[in-house]
Design a protein around this ligand. Structure first.
Ligand code: ATP
Ligand code: MG
Length: 594
């Protein structure tokens, strides 16, 4: 069984949110469990988002429900279509084969049909099923701009919202602080008729940015600051990447989010802990409209934060903008596209997140836990290959030029039925320069003057002579191959302590290999605004490697274990058969453990 299969077969995880959902299922509270994953398209998804994706899609999957991918795209200033595309790709990649069947999408280019008279909004549509021939796309909060506007008009009519002319600074200072009640805006008691007129004119583009806003009329003395007449709409004369140029007023997150959830028939709106204080506002807004269908409810869990990296789109954007990395999908980035390009399989990320569980307490996860999960997954799924990263040449003087000894190498000892492939020993081979020491330290069991070592899958060799050039640099190591010790032969009682990897120098193919390490030198780079100065200067080393010839045609997303070195994958973006480039996914052991 592969790791992917075993994780599929594992019992469904249990946590406090799943317990709540299970209770609702037991009491048949909803016809169907519907969750959503609601990213703002202002950056690429990162490992933190994977936790939210796995939780939302996982709950839908375990309950035969649905999970909508919805872009929370209400702030066009920071958003872009590039991010919409990358997020869509990354979500589909992370859940592929695991939860595709619950992914809620709509027919491309449509805005779900709506009944405009309030009380009978009905946006919810069953997802267009894969294979139906209908081209589909995710949901967009911006598709609801008209409906959101109508709901705002209704709030105004009900005396629950007003147009305010205070500047941004005044709005802020009128809000007060946790120990100081706020002050009412002088515009708070405008009549509904005046508010309706002004709001309509805001929409029509009569006023400049910032001149007016729409605010909920709740309680300027509320202990919860989010209830002190929060902003619902602001004026922004900018076009929108999805909605086009139709709007110059844009709803704020809290207002758009709860209603988008309602329009889509979301039952469980799951978000991270910083939204606990927003929940009363979420409930107030929905409760103020007397909506006819069951209301969604918000539940909060602790974010994932991971050591030696960042989980903030804003900070990751700075790494990209200031060229600390080669883009959002740089294999050192904690983005899903970076992790994918680095060779980390989606099922390893899902397993990692499942192992962490879901709690209500923020904590920093040791990156070693993630790395361990990756090694476990790849150990099961990766075929072994021979590759030499920093080559030094060996001449086996007792083999004739052109002579070939065919050896059998195991492809994957973890597989239930391990297969082998032929690798050919020739007179000239490369070994790792680290596997040779002219002046060996004590207990050095690899190649040393006069010493013997086994070439894996081949035979034992003995170092006879070190050949150097005039400047003293080593040109080659002349060795004798002991052909009585060939691997796989029945009677060989000669044993040596060291076994090393090698490739035939005559057959080897060249490749650039990119050796990645942790992106930051400290466990919590995000704790400092000066995180750019904490980037690990050794996070990328490039070497020219020699690979066994069977690797010539490799292309992403395959991942190999290069024996004794780690896991490696062809670079999805830049590797070609004419110029192979491999990324090191991860080393075999944790080099950071003290
Ligand atoms: P960032 O600060 O990186 O922009 P965000 O929370 O602003 O993160 P959103 O696009 O709003 O990013 O996130 C989409 C969803 O992913 C939200 O429901 C959010 O709560 C969740 N999420 C974001 N970061 C994490 C994290 N580190 N761990 C778990 N869930 C997260
Ligand atoms: Mg956000």
């Amino acid at each position: 069984m592969t790791a992917a299969e075993s994780s599929a077969a594992a019992p469904a995880p249990s946590d406090f949110i799943r317990d709540i959902v299970a209770a609702h299922v037991a009491e048949k509270r909803y016809a169907k469990i519907v969750t959503r994953f609601p990213p703002e398209p202002n950056g690429y998804l990162h490992i933190g988002h994977a936790k939210s994706i796995c939780l939302n899609f996982g709950i839908a999957r375990e309950n035969a429900g649905q999970c909508n991918l919805r872009f929370d795209d209400t702030n066009p200033v920071k958003e872009d279509i590039e991010f919409v595309d990358s997020i869509t790709t990354d979500v589909r990649w992370l859940i592929a084969g695991w939860a595709d069947e619950v992914l809620g999408v709509k027919a491309k280019g449509t805005t779900p049909a709506l009944v405009t008279s309030l009380g009978r909004h009905d946006y919810f549509q069953p997802p267009a099923m894969p294979g139906s021939g209908i081209e589909t796309e995710p949901f967009f909060a911006s598709d609801y701009f008209t409906a959101l506007y109508e709901c705002a008009v209704e709030l105004i009519k009900r005396g629950k919202a007003y147009v305010c002319d205070l500047s941004a600074e005044d709005t802020e200072s009128f809000r007060g602080s946790p120990d100081l009640p706020g002050r009412d805006s002088p515009f708070r008691n405008r009549s509904a008729a005046e508010n309706l007129d002004l709001f309509q004119r805001m929409k029509a583009g009569e006023f400049p940015n910032g001149a007016r806003s729409l605010r909920a009329k709740i309680d300027m003395a509320a202990p919860n600051l989010w209830l002190r007449d929060p902003l619902l709409y602001r004026i922004r004369h900018v076009p929108h990447h999805h909605a086009g140029a139709a709007w110059c007023i844009y709803p704020l997150y809290d207002y758009a989010h709860c209603l988008s959830d309602y329009f889509e028939g979301i039952t469980h709106s799951i978000c991270t802990l910083e939204f606990v204080d927003h929940r009363p506002l979420y409930d107030w807004l929905l409760g103020s409209l007397d909506l006819p269908r069951a209301l969604p409810h918000q539940y909060e869990f602790a974010k994932l934060t991971l050591g030696y990296t960042l989980v903030s789109k804003r900070k990751l954007l700075r790494l990209v903008q200031e060229n600390k990395v080669a883009g959002w999908d740089d294999p050192r980035m904690p983005t899903l596209s970076g992790l994918r390009r680095r060779g980390i399989p989606a099922h390893a990320i899902r397993q990692f997140v499942a192992n962490l569980g879901v709690t209500k307490h923020d904590s920093l996860t040791d990156v070693a836990v993630f790395e361990h999960t990756i090694r476990e997954a790849l150990n099961h799924s990766s075929e072994r290959r021979l590759a030499v990263l920093k080559p030094i040449k060996i001449v086996l003087t007792n083999l004739a030029p052109g002579e070939v000894l065919v050896c059998q190498a195991t492809n994957n000892p973890q597989s239930d039925s391990p297969s082998t492939r032929a690798v050919e020993l020739t007179r000239e081979v490369f070994i790792e320069s680290d596997d040779f020491a002219e002046v060996p330290p004590p207990k050095y069991f690899r190649l040393k003057p006069g010493g013997e070592v086994r070439l894996k899958y081949a035979c034992i060799i003995k170092l006879d002579e070190i050949v150097k050039d005039a400047a003293g640099a080593i040109i080659e190591l002349r060795c004798t191959a002991d052909l009585t010790t060939r691997s796989g032969q029945p009677y060989c009682d000669k044993k040596v302590k060291g076994t090393i990897h090698w490739v035939s120098a005559e057959q080897a193919i060249d490749a650039e290999v990119r050796l990645y390490d942790r992106l930051f030198t400290v466990p919590e780079p995000g704790a400092s605004e000066d995180f750019l100065s904490l980037v690990n200067p050794h996070s990328l080393e490039t070497v020219q490697a020699k690979l066994e010839p069977s690797l010539a045609a490799s292309a992403a997303p395959v991942c190999y274990q290069f024996e004794r070195l780690g896991y490696f994958t062809p670079d999805a973006k830049e590797s070609t058969p004419a110029r192979l480039i491999f990324n090191r996914t991860i080393t075999l052991r944790d080099a950071w453990a003290k």
